[in-house]
Design a protein around this ligand. Sequence first.
Ligand code: ADP
Ligand code: ADP
Ligand code: ZN
Length: 227
Amino acid sequence: MADATTTKSAVLILLGPPGAGKGTQARMLEQKFGLVQLSTGDLLRAAVAAGTEAGKAAQAVMESGGLVSDEIVLAILRDRMGEPDMARGAILDGFPRTTGQAGALDALLAEQGMGLGAAISLEVDDTAMIERVSGRYTCANCGEGYHDSFKKPAVAGVCDKCGSTEFKRRADDNAETVSARLKAYHAETAPLIRYYEQQGALRRVDAMGDIDRIAHDLAAIVEEIAA
Ligand code: ADP
Ligand code: ADP
Ligand code: ZN
């Protein structure tokens, strides 16, 4: 069993609805602290692109804005968490999303000798989320995230990070699917805020403002946990 003396590394959870800024902030924390960003959405999209059995089962659910089954998500996550770089500590972006996944995560962390540093709730207004998600696009080469109005590359059409001129948009980032995703968030994922509050692990961050101010608030939490 894991206890404080056997804990190898801590895990952070970023909780928040679609568009809250989980991916944007996880990437920034990865760069600043060397933590590993682990996005179940990215892992599922990779499985869909690779045409695996899990990807085939997940694709239609993702396009409709529903949640992929705990069974599929947990199998994918378990594989990724078994890789050696997890010893640096991980930021879970988009996982857990159901109470079933949260319970399974507790067991997985104990099994791997990892501790939960904090579950950080990115607090945002639903109305702003449609706008954020509808304007989202990413660099096709390095994955850096952008927004049509809120985060444009310094030179139009050229990725700031890698210089690529290829960008992509997600099939599920349209206004209709976003409302289904927001509903799924409130029904299935929002109860996790209380779950982590009861464990004394919850931290709340106002995620409506400037990207750099939010990054600063998150960095302060990471530094406090590491201290
Ligand atoms: P999530 O991973 O929670 O779905 P993202 O990090 O992908 O969210 O952000 C969604 C979109 O909103 C992206 O286009 C991103 O550039 C933009 N964005 C992220 N944080 C902010 C913010 N604080 N203010 C305005 N736009 C933001
Ligand atoms: P966002 O960043 O906009 O919140 P994600 O990339 O995290 O979106 O997820 C995209 C889709 O992938 C979700 O709408 C859902 O269908 C599926 N998905 C991702 N993570 C999970 C999860 N932990 N459990 C169930 N489904 C998931
Ligand atoms: Zn790039």
